[in-house]
Design a protein around this ligand. Structure first.
Ligand code: URA
Length: 234
């Protein structure tokens, strides 16, 4: 989707970037993009679960696989277009998300919306979900057990959605999806692939981190442009 110049400038200002310079074709990014393989298995075996959206949503709402069900207000399934090309994956619901039942509705969510708008995407046209569907008390990091128990739900969401690209926001999301302990700085600006469907995955900073560290917003902007270019090539 193309944006006119004024709109893009407004959104870049919203995420704290005054101006940007388009890179020429040669360079590291162009090389990485050139290595994007075609989607190897477009209809992955994830579909074998045969579950549809309403069934999956009610399974998540009733889930008791880990102890987080005891402290949640409600499970936070996900939100957005079920025809989306982009799936944005965060870490876990926070207090506001737990109360409202929707991911990324707090200040971090507003920044996420601005980041998406900067690459021409409205919140309503992407799909947004988390690695964990339930809030960890005190917003602590997900435990490995909680992530392992919850990831099949995200895998089923991916099987139903069949996104062209996955944007992992934050270290926790990226490390859990890629099953790695590599720092985010090493994961960003590379094309990874997730799961059996091998959907391309790009990692970027979490908007809550960017609120604390605005100097890194420029890097997040680079990541989103990179993701947009990868998405256009698959
Ligand atoms: N942070 C996340 O990772 N996910 C949310 O839904 C909200 C904040």
């Amino acid at each position: 989707m193309r944006m006119n110049r004024d709109l893009r400038r407004d959104y870049l200002q919203a995420i704290g970037i005054e101006s940007w310079v388009r890179r020429g074709a040669p360079g590291a990014q162009a090389e990485v993009i050139a290595h994007v393989p075609p989607r190897a298995v477009p209809e992955g075996p994830e579909r074998e679960s045969g579950v549809d959206w309403p069934e999956l949503e009610s399974r998540v709402a009733a889930c008791t696989r880990c102890a987080l069900h005891a402290t949640r207000t409600q499970a936070v399934f996900g939100v957005g277009s079920r025809a989306a090309q982009w799936l944005v994956v965060g870490e876990a619901p926070g207090a506001e998300e737990d109360a409202r039942g929707e991911p990324f509705v707090g200040r971090a969510g507003q920044l996420l919306n601005s980041m998406l708008r900067a690459v021409g995407l409205r919140r309503e046209e992407v799909y947004i979900a988390n690695v964990l569907k339930c809030r960890p008390p005190g917003n602590r990091d997900p435990s490995p057990f909680e992530a392992a128990e919850c990831l099949p739900y995200l895998e089923q969401q991916i099987a139903l959605l069949k996104p062209r690209i996955l944007l992992a926001v934050g270290r926790i999301a990226a490390q859990n999806l890629l099953r790695t302990e590599s720092p985010l700085g090493r994961l960003r600006l590379h094309v990874h692939h997730f799961g059996r469907s091998q959907v391309p995955l790009i990692a970027t900073y979490h908007p809550a981190y960017l609120l604390r560290t605005p100097a890194d917003k420029r890097k997040a902007w680079e990541d989103l442009k990179f993701a947009r270019e990868v998405c256009a090539r698959v």
